[in-house]
Design a protein. Structure first.
Length: 134
């Protein structure tokens, strides 16, 4: 399993993103099963559709959202059950400036994906126990 971060998904769905080509190559690998099933956090879904709405348009955001929710390769991860763990991790972080959603990603990556994460966010590389791709 591997957690998909919003920076990866936004880059994939936005052709104008600086990381689009790399995200497309990584998506090809993911879809061939290189890392197993992908984990899509509720918070990541919210970030992706919001950023695509702002950077592209409503149609692009809606289409990407529907594709993500319908993808058999992905497991949707609601965040309410782990909310307190995220609050604790957010308040205790040292040496990083992870957003609340990013702390949730780190928690799920560690607990459910052996630390594996697809992201272009360099801040994740400062977190022990994570294996950030690319």
């Amino acid at each position: 399993m591997i957690v998909l971060d919003s920076s990866f998904l936004v880059a994939f769905y936005n052709e104008r993103d600086a990381h689009h080509a790399a995200a497309s190559r990584l998506m090809d690998q993911f879809l061939t099963g290189a890392w197993g099933k992908g984990l899509l956090l509720e918070y990541v879904f919210l970030e992706v559709v919001t950023v695509l709405l702002l950077r592209r348009d409503h149609l692009a955001a809606t289409q990407a959202g529907r594709t993500l929710l319908d993808a058999e390769e992905l497991e949707f991860v609601p965040c309410s059950d782990i909310f307190q763990n995220i609050v604790d991790g957010f308040s205790k972080q040292q040496g990083t400036h992870l957003s609340f959603a990013d702390v949730a990603i780190a928690v799920v990556a560690r607990n459910r994906a052996d630390g594996f994460l697809l992201s272009f966010d360099e801040e994740f590389r400062k977190v022990s126990g994570l294996h950030v791709l690319p």
